[in-house]
Write a protein that binds this ligand. Structure first.
Ligand code: CMX
Ligand code: CO
Length: 135
């Protein structure tokens, strides 16, 4: 098990266009990907920062994970995502460690990457995403 890189920090927003405009005007930063990921209930945009990204997430509905988060907490930091080389191996390791996995098998997320989440109650109150990027 090795965390290769901080792939992204994700921020829940109500209005993706408005948040992107803020990043553009305040920080001169623009997204290089923008896509709807139905399976995760989000429209997402990825802004490159060094070797990592800021991921802005707008929910597709109130009953999605990000929709529920916004209702409860308002806009703000939602999760951190670490890149791994072999996500199945990483999940097997975490399961053996007794970690509270949300996904026991990877799903396909944005950029065609394999992704899986670990529950925020598992460690330090932080929702963690593992990402294995597509070749
Ligand atoms: N960070 C930290 N804590 C969080 C959290 C978050 N992002 N989301 C929820 N929680 C906490 C809640 O505050 C709550 O804590 P308490 O029990 O102390 O009140 C607890 O987790 C349960 O929260 P909930 O509002 O009842 O929500 P659910 O249990 O229905 O869902 C979670 C929480 C994490 C299981 C769900 O959001 C999930 O499956 N997330 C993974 C998928 C996801 O987030 N997809 C969108 C991003 C896609 C992408 O990055 O590509
Ligand atoms: Co993410």
């Amino acid at each position: 098990m090795q965390l290769l890189n901080l792939d992204h920090v994700a921020i829940a927003v109500r209005d993706l266009d408005q948040a992107l405009e803020g990043y553009r005007t305040r920080y001169g930063a623009s997204p290089i990907y923008r896509e709807t990921v139905e399976s995760q209930g989000v429209e997402e945009a990825m802004i490159p920062v060094g070797g990592s990204f800021v991921q802005l997430l707008q929910p597709l509905g109130d009953e999605t994970p990000v929709g529920k988060f916004l209702s409860k907490n308002g806009e703000g930091l939602h999760h951190v995502a670490y890149a791994v080389t072999d996500i199945e191996h990483a999940l097997a390791h975490l399961e053996a460690e007794g970690a509270r996995l949300i996904d026991t098998e990877p799903r396909v997320g944005g950029r065609g990457a394999k992704i899986a989440f670990v529950h925020p109650a598992d460690l330090a109150g932080t929702l963690i995403e593992l990402v294995e990027l597509a070749d």
